[in-house]
Design a protein around this ligand. Structure first.
Ligand code: SF4
Ligand code: SF4
Length: 438
């Protein structure tokens, strides 16, 4: 059978060799821990602790501030030192709970359950209580995603094991090291729907993960591993849905409108932890890699700890690195300080000795058409960027600029080194802001 794929896309240097064979290593945090109240899409969480309170690891410290919001738990035991604005990896500030870690890691008692013991409402409640959100970066509350308007229309729950961003290997290691928990997390999600089928999509450059996951689902008639062609952005929500089910969505639709729900690997793992083990989301895997660190690796990290500790855990920098990126090199963002906390949506710290991208000199468009060929959304990125530079909102929208998924493929292939994605992204934000004003 042919491998699943989509139109367009690119093949960047994958850089996964640095860390793909490094088993996940647990990293114990030191010093103060910082928990921003907005680590998710939706209303900020509301503190339920005050300065001076002693808390245990796993204890609720801020509760969801609305239907679309998420609980936040302390990952360590210690004393609440402050509730104050702190800087995030993005450079913005957010009100945060600061906890002085006592280094004892005393935990609350967790209540484990068997799936058969739980009703659908109880399952959703356990996911909500645990503060699980989409951990691929979006941060959408998972219990809300698992409560669509028409649950009977959900045909597929797709687990995103593509990990198509170069350099990242955390999902890969999770699949190799804890396949049964991923399958159990998917079974929990499937149990919420009457006839949904489970797919786990994995790119064909990860044969060990494909083999292990195929073995893990061998006794599960309702779950299948879908082998995907290796191509960026195979793990983008639209690309993945199309590749695995043949269904298409656009910017005005949710995956649920096409009968699909997509979860990233760490999210499905967190669903397992929340529902079966009764544990809140307080840790995640982070890949620390690139030619700017001495010992790249994959680390099991307590949320709230400082990024600088991640760099130390990876042996420290090589020389004086020029670039730090949070997330992948295609869709991530440059970091200007490492004194910021790891949050639910953090996925990696990339460290590079040279900043080739910002040094590249832009030249005039040569009308080669490569940006259009690479675009998974079938757009004309060169023209869209042109409209953006002239602030021509009407033409931008008429040429489907709002369908851009900001994957970065067009910028990657452009021989003129034009910052196409940045220009299109900025124009999209302007259009959305103007629509909100109306
Ligand atoms: S226009 Fe948008 S969707 Fe198309 S390649 Fe560029 S960033 Fe990706
Ligand atoms: S890839 Fe770059 S040079 Fe080629 S058409 Fe697109 S914008 Fe122009």
């Amino acid at each position: 059978m042919g491998k699943c794929t989509f139109k367009g896309g690119v093949h960047p240097f994958d850089g996964k060799e640095f860390s793909k064979d490094k088993p996940i290593k647990e990293l114990f945090p030191e010093g103060d821990m910082v928990y921003p109240l907005s680590q998710h899409i939706g209303a900020p969480a509301v503190p339920v602790v005050a300065k001076g309170d002693y808390v245990l690891a796993g204890q609720l410290i801020a509760e969801a501030g609305g239907f679309v919001s998420a609980n936040i738990h302390s990952s360590v035991s210690g004393t609440v030192k402050a509730i104050e604005p702190r800087t995030l990896a993005t450079g913005g500030k957010c009100n945060s709970i600061v906890i002085e870690n006592d280094g004892e890691f005393k935990e609350v008692e967790y209540v484990a359950k068997k799936l058969e013991e739980l009703s659908r409402d109880e399952i959703r409640e356990r996911i909500k209580a645990a503060g699980v959100v989409g951990m691929g970066g979006a941060g959408f509350p998972t219990n809300v995603k698992l409560t669509p308007k028409n649950p009977e229309s959900i045909d597929y729950i797709i687990v995103n094991g593509a990990e198509c961003e170069p350099y990242l290997t955390s999902d890969y290691r999770r699949m190799l090291e804890e396949p049964d928990k991923i399958v159990m997390g998917l079974k929990v999600a499937l149990s919420l729907f009457d006839h949904a089928k489970g797919y786990i999509g994995i790119e064909d450059n990860k044969p060990e993960a494909i083999k292990i996951m195929q073995e893990a689902v061998s006794g599960e008639p309702n779950i299948e591993v879908k082998v995907l062609k290796t191509k960026y952005p195979q793990g983008g929500e639209r690309s993945l849905i199309y590749a695995t089910t043949g269904r298409s969505i656009n910017s005005s639709m949710l995956p649920a409108d096409a009968g699909c729900i997509v979860h990233n690997i760490d999210t499905i793992f967190s669903i397992y932890m929340a529902v079966i083990e009764g544990k809140p989301l307080t840790k995640r895997i982070i890949t620390v890699t690139g030619d700017g660190v001495k010992e790249p690796g994959n680390f099991y990290v307590w949320l709230g700890m400082n990024y600088r500790q991640l760099l130390d855990a990876a042996g420290g920098p090589v020389g004086e690195p020029e670039k730090f990126i949070s997330g992948g090199p295609m869709m991530g963002f440059a970091m200007y300080s490492l004194d910021v906390p790891v949050v639910k949506g953090s996925s990696s710290l990339l460290v590079f000795q040279k900043d080739e991208v910002s040094k590249a000199e832009e030249s005039a468009c040569i009308r080669c058409g490569r940006c259009g060929e690479a675009c998974p959304s079938n757009l004309l990125p060169g023209r869209l960027a042109d409209f953006a530079s002239r602030n021509d909102e009407e033409s931008f929208v008429a040429f489907d600029g709002m369908e851009c998924v900001m994957c970065g493929s067009c910028s990657y292939v452009c021989p003129a080194k034009k910052p196409l994605t940045q220009q299109i992204k900025a124009m999209r934000s302007t259009v959305l802001a103007n629509r909100r004003k109306k």
